[in-house]
Write a protein that binds this ligand. Structure first.
Ligand code: UDP
Ligand code: MG
Length: 352
């Protein structure tokens, strides 16, 4: 653990302490999409609220009402972008009614349920605001946190993640989730407490640059950190689910861990696979050679006969698996070499 870790036992004010130090303000973010999507004459919003939803018909009206009153007080241009992830209830009809009454509402509707990651990815793509806030549609996240989340970005962060310190969820969810967050923090080196909080604030550059695919929505902070963005954390209120039920069953945990492997591999080793596979491959070969070498010495001294030593097979297994690992690493290197031209670097400033 590094000194960046915020202590959960600290007071709420201290608990918002910076996991990473604030950077200098950016001057010229280099973003491809920025030019593509926003016309210079256009008055684009300061804030985009992106809300993925799947069968949340009962919550939407109340959520919209709360959002409007919070955003209206903020004295900022805003849009509320609902991404209907293939709902089969009346969610879309409710959204259409909301849009009729409020021009800030925008709706994207999927043909079928693609999952929260896909909904967020499309929301990120369509969002026009300088600041993008994501939140769940089930009223568990409190819109009243939006002003402080945005302020927190001004402390010099690119992404501020909510921390549901007092979580209003069943214990079957909170305990595995603690473990999951702990392991993720240790393995990724990003010391925040709540990776999977739906309530987050991003600077525009982050959402236009991070690519969420598969089910990686839990790891947006990991992907963003890898691209060099500064990650902060803020304690937020959490509420119990009022309507409907959770869309993620127990399957979320093992899927979450597989996704963690993906996130780690694609951030750390995508461009140098041999460093991962080669290391473990050589280690396995070394273990196998030591075991079998030792047995061979014993055999040559006549103290034992190899047919009596099942360990001999173990040694051979280590050597074979090790060589396979090294070969996989080399194959990975070849693939990554042929794709070298797709390499992109995240440039923070370009001063001419
Ligand atoms: N969600 C979604 N697509 C899905 C599953 C969930 O857009 O396939 C949305 C859901 O409607 C909610 C948010 O993602 O707005 C979080 O889902 P949920 O509340 O079920 O997760 P939990 O709070 O149990 O972690
Ligand atoms: Mg929820």
């Amino acid at each position: 653990m590094s000194d960046q870790t915020a202590d959960p036992a600290q007071s709420p004010a201290a608990a918002t302490a910076a996991p990473t130090p604030p950077p200098q303000r950016r001057q010229q973010p280099q973003q491809r999409q920025q030019q593509q999507q926003r016309q210079p004459q256009q008055q684009w919003p300061d804030i985009s609220v992106v809300i993925p939803l799947y069968n949340e018909e009962d919550s939407l009206k109340e959520l919209h009402h709360q959002l409007r009153s919070v955003l209206g007080r903020m004295n900022a241009r805003y849009e509320i972008l609902f991404v209907d992830d293939g709902s089969t209830d009346r969610s879309f009809q409710v959204l259409r009614d909301l849009k009729r009454a409020d021009k800030h509402v925008k709706i994207v509707r999927f043909r079928r349920n693609y999952g929260k990651s896909a909904a967020l990815a499309v929301g990120f793509e369509k969002a026009l605001g300088n600041v993008v806030i994501t939140m769940d549609a089930d009223l568990q996240d409190d819109p009243a946190e939006i002003p402080s989340l945005r302020k927190r970005l001004d402390d010099g962060y690119d992404l501020v993640s909510g921390w549901k310190k007092r979580r209003r969820d069943p214990i079957s969810k909170t305990i595995p989730s603690r473990f999951f967050n702990y392991v993720t923090a240790v393995l990724t080196g990003i010391h925040i407490h709540d990776f999977n909080c739906g309530l987050k604030a991003y600077r525009r550059e982050v959402v236009k640059s991070v690519k969420i695919y598969g089910e990686l929505h839990r790891y947006v902070p990991v992907l963003a950190h890898w691209e060099g963005f500064r990650i902060g954390e803020m304690v937020v209120q959490h509420r119990a689910r009022k309507y409907g039920r959770t869309k993620f069953g127990v399957g979320r945990f093992w899927r979450g861990f597989l996704d963690l492997l993906t996130a780690l591999f694609t951030t750390r080793y995508l461009r140098r696979p041999l460093h991962l596979f080669g290391f473990w491959g050589m280690a396995a070969v070394a273990v196998g050679v030591i075991i079998d070498g030792w047995l061979a010495v014993e055999w040559s001294l006549g103290t034992t006969s190899l047919s009596n030593r099942p360990l001999f097979l173990g040694g051979i297994l280590f050597i074979i698996v090790g060589i396979q690992f090294i070969s996989i690493g080399l194959l990975g290197e070849m693939i990554s070499r042929t794709r070298a031209d797709e390499q992109e670097y995240a440039i923070r400033d370009f001063i001419k």
